[in-house]
Design a protein around this ligand. Sequence first.
Ligand code: ADP
Ligand code: MG
Length: 262
Amino acid sequence: MPKVIAVSNQKGGVGKTTTSVNLSVGLAMRGYKVLLIDTDYQASCTVALGINMEYDNRSIYAALVDLAPIQDCIISSGRKNLDLIPSTQHLVGAEIELVTVTNREFILTEKLEVIKPLYDFIIIDCPPSLGIVPVNSLVAADSVLIPLQCEYFGLEGLEMLLDTIKIIQKRLKPELYVEGILMTMYDEESDLSRKMIALMRSNFGDDVFDTFIPRDSDFIDSTASQIPVIASKKSNSPGLQAYHRLILELLEKYNLKKRKVS
Ligand code: ADP
Ligand code: MG
């Protein structure tokens, strides 16, 4: 069965989508079968992968509200080993449409059961909000990866997310765990960046990934080129190298490093 990882933080602009996309593409490049699920109605993953079509009837929205079986909502990303369930702006409506459904927190969990055997990893990119759809993502996940900006205000939202995770563990899914806190947008010139990493490590210990992601303008360029940094030809890009290190750190944790070749 695959590892299902939700990439979540209730704050926007912290690197959730960048992490989801680069992690998914990087794992797929190593030969793992990966499904990336875009659950942000802004559909940033879909755009980051260079897919510019409207998928109204084949999207996470369609799957959640039973417009289509989830297996019909999977599209090819155009990259080997990487599939995508895209998002559309209709997803906003799901918040209202699902309110009356019984066991509404478990809709995604149930739907994923059918497609789980097809993948090694399922990565869920979450929106910066908390509603039925994000709660579904957290409940469906084995673990939560939390990107956190190396800035003072980066801590905003972390406490809220950790409280949410505790509530989900208590009421809906006791096995949910924190995969790790990933420090993003690290600026080596900045004292604050260094202090933030030290502060997080002293407070959260091993829950903070050894790898941190540097601030790198290549990420901004990749939005325009629609080629994820990890798949770019700039092998000396600090951002590219950092996401490769993150993947190795994850695989090592799962003891999978030697299993696959790409
Ligand atoms: P979120 O999904 O949390 O809202 P994004 O991944 O979309 O955040 O990132 C927000 C913006 O910051 C995007 O324009 C992205 O290209 C940029 N970005 C992400 N990570 C980095 C980084 N390490 N260095 C520089 N810019 C980054
Ligand atoms: Mg995003």
